[in-house]
Design a protein around this ligand. Structure first.
Ligand SMILES: [Zn+2]
Ligand SMILES: [Zn+2]
Length: 369
């Protein structure tokens, strides 16, 4: 429990602080997350956590976002925190309000961009990597696996966003994933994609990818009887994260499987909950570059995988990148903006990004692998 049930006023010179000195959304969100961890599991903890997420995802004023659904008891605290004149004062305030051990940022929240930071990065970054300059929308799901919207509606949403091409990558149903596509489902989906491409012509080209599970030993969980001759195979880990195990060999085996085009969300991390895989990343990225396997920058806000530091490492290794939204509904397609922001922050050159390709160029890139 935080100090007292109500919050003692903090000694801060708030009246004369310029608005620009208020803590940025990322810092305010982190303060709320840190304070939530001071609480026992229950309503208070949950309310602080929700307020933290509201700020983290806010497009504008963090204070207003945090207050929007906050219970009455939490409002004075939010006002106090949001009025701190800058990040140092905010940290001091969190320290004063905490009772037990010094509140620390969990490693599971490090190297993520909150929405406001993402927007600021885009505004300040290389315009060549801006989402508006991308031609292709990659890695999205539809009702054929765990998406919420039908294939054609997702493709239309990509088209409406101005993309010249897009690529569906539903989950496969091999040995492990129950909600994915089996060999029959894949062939039915292929027919729908062919129909779409016939009617859309050059307006919007649709590619068929498949998100295939990397099993514990690095082999791939492909549908029984299916060879890896789909247009694009995206290999990814969604389970068996074992934090004590170095996963380099598992990833290397997946990368070196003939027919694999992309290594998706390589760390398999999840904001606030899962730190992500351990691996010798310079070795993994070196193998990707050597084999021509692209590395994904997954922009789903709770993934942001790779982060900008590992993206820089992969870029220096000579990897190519696929920027991805991992959308499960049309509203998620905008998440590729996070991927663009991460690429900008890492200084990735435009020529290393596959999404800038014309559809014909991307088709050739896929066929060469
Ligand atoms: Zn995935
Ligand atoms: Zn996915």
């Amino acid at each position: 429990m935080l100090v007292g049930g109500c919050f003692p006023p903090l000694k801060m010179k708030t009246e004369f602080s310029p608005r620009s000195a208020r803590p940025p959304n990322g810092a305010l969100a982190e303060a709320l997350f840190a304070l939530s961890e001071q609480e026992e599991p229950g309503d208070r903890r949950l309310a602080l956590l929700k307020a933290g997420y509201a700020v983290f995802d806010a497009t504008g004023d963090g204070r207003r976002a945090a207050l929007a659904k906050a219970p009455d008891w939490l409002r004075p605290l939010i006002d106090q925190l949001a009025s701190c004149p800058g990040e140092d004062a905010l940290s001091a305030a969190v320290q004063r309000l905490a009772t037990g051990a010094r509140p620390r940022r969990r490693t599971t929240r490090e190297h993520y961009l909150c929405r406001a930071e993402m927007a600021a990065t885009l505004a300040a970054g290389e315009s060549e990597l801006h989402p508006d300059r991308m031609r292709g929308a990659a890695h999205w799901h539809n009702t054929d696996s765990d998406g919420k919207t039908a294939l054609e509606s997702m493709a239309r949403a990509c088209q409406r966003r101005g993309y010249a091409w897009s690529m569906v990558t539903d989950h496969s149903r091999g040995l492990e994933v129950a909600s994915g596509l089996d060999a029959v489902g894949l062939r039915l989906q292929r027919k729908r994609i062919d129909r779409w491409n016939l009617s859309a012509g050059d307006d919007h080209r649709l590619f068929q990818g498949l998100e295939v599970e990397v099993l514990e030993d690095g082999t791939l969980d492909v549908p029984r009887g299916e060879r890896l001759d789909l247009e694009c195979i995206v290999a990814a880990i969604h389970r068996l994260f074992d934090p004590d195990r170095d996963q380099t060999e598992r990833l290397l085996r997946a990368i070196s499987t003939p027919g694999v085009h992309v290594l998706a969300h390589p760390r398999a991390r999840h904001f606030h909950y899962r730190p992500g895989l351990r691996a010798r990343w310079e070795v993994v990225f070196g193998a990707c570059a050597e084999r021509g396997v692209a590395v994904e920058i997954n922009g789903f806000p709770r993934r942001q995988d790779l982060d900008w530091e590992l993206t820089r490492l992969a870029s220096d290794a000579g990897c190519e990148f696929l920027l991805a939204s991992d959308a499960h509904a049309p509203g998620h397609l905008e998440f590729d903006a996070y991927a663009s922001a991460i690429a900008m922050k890492a200084g990735v050159p435009r020529e290393q990004v596959l999404n800038v390709m014309h559809a014909d160029e991307f088709e050739v890139w896929l066929a060469e692998r």
